[in-house]
Design a protein around this ligand. Sequence first.
Ligand SMILES: Cc1cc2nc3c(=O)[nH]c(=O)nc-3n(C[C@H](O)[C@H](O)[C@H](O)COP(=O)(O)OP(=O)(O)OC[C@H]3O[C@@H](n4cnc5c(N)ncnc54)[C@H](O)[C@@H]3O)c2cc1C
Length: 432
Amino acid sequence: MHKQLNMPVKSIKLRAYKNCYHSAININNKFHSTGKTFPNGKFASCFYFKKGRILMNSLKIAIIGGSLGGLLTGIALREKGHKVDIYERSAGILEDRGAGLVIQPDVEKFLGEHNLATIQEISVPLSHRQFIKGNGNIDKMAMPQLMTSWNRLYRILMDAFPSEYYHSAKRVVDFIENQNELAINFQDGTQVNADYVIAADGIGSVIRNKVLSTVSPTYAGYVAWRGTVNIEELPKDILNFFFDKFSFYQGLNNQILSYFIPNKHSDDSIRLNWVWYETILNKDELNQLMTTDDGRNYQFMLPPNQLPESVIHDQKQKAKKRLPVPFVNLINITKAPFVQPIYDLEVPQMVFDKVILLGDSSFVPRPHTASGVSKAAYNAMQLAATFDMENQTIEELQGKLKEWEVDQLRLGKYLTKMGKQLGDRSALGYRH
Ligand SMILES: Cc1cc2nc3c(=O)[nH]c(=O)nc-3n(C[C@H](O)[C@H](O)[C@H](O)COP(=O)(O)OP(=O)(O)OC[C@H]3O[C@@H](n4cnc5c(N)ncnc54)[C@H](O)[C@@H]3O)c2cc1C
């Protein structure tokens, strides 16, 4: 039961206010309206009575992490009338990891349901797939597909979420469960309270580490080298070779692919995006790769402009030996390549009473599935449907959350399994 209901309530009057029946609670002969701030300064979620049942129609929800998963969830839950705040540790606008996104039906559905954009407006169409063989032959097959970029989607979602409820430079370090609410602690020493906490804080989630300390990501045995080149900077032969196609080359212990995506800062321009998977089994080698010249060690991604020139040079030499000429040329003209180790993450549970894990904090399917963002969109849409408080008590919501969890666990397990199978099929992560 919710916190206010534990107070010494003497009587309750109902009165209509906008479309919510706010009740005025008599506490020690003083009337207080719910949905307002109480004398102790705490937000009171709005609840009302219907056929003798106590219903809540506005909960205070804190989302930790303001990347795509957090924004998708924040937008969807606000539409259900909840007071949603997003807390993001980064101080400024998040920059993409340079990679593109294959548009999947759940992303399209989300954008459509929230009137944010049509997929045509945010994507680059491709007509074919081409498979480049070791002997130089090329197999082509017609396969129309729409590609977008992380950045394009991020900007649309940021515009759709009210900036006053998006709190940057707020790194969560911990949370404490009090009787009926959660107190969230930030690195800057501040604290906020919420009825529910949603962890959208990615693969290294601090929230998951607290509720599920035994689960952690496991390295898959290979990394993805990544980069993009603006269309204006592409020599004609490279442009013609890759234009309008999703291109693949499968080598021994490595695989490369490329496709065009919208540009970072201009809606009119496009860029060619490539991803080169390479098996690196030796953990020391990986550790060395992920450590910058000034000694900083990154676990999940080494951002652009952090790779030492010597590493980029060695990688270009490797490309010459291993890849078909068009890809070698593409890598040679890429200005700031970067590297991301591939990790697997799978959780056995996503709902922990009033704490919910979603997006990459729960399951990280390998990039071959192109499903990270669409999974987050599905998590968010279904969660918002669960949080529809019309005719629902908190106890009923808790029951619904368990149903949500069953569905989301099924999807997460399916996608992570598929990602591993695709990695194995491409002979990545082990040597032969
Ligand atoms: C900057 C960035 C760029 C990306 N670029 C691409 C891309 O180009 N292509 C692609 O396919 N996928 C990309 N991804 C991954 C993709 O966004 C995710 O797979 C998908 O959107 C679901 O992830 P998520 O939002 O759950 O987690 P993530 O995208 O990992 O976001 C987690 C967020 O939580 C924040 N956070 C972490 N810890 C804390 C804390 N303690 N307190 C507060 N905030 C915290 C992080 O700063 C981050 O913004 C990117 C992710 C990020 C963060």
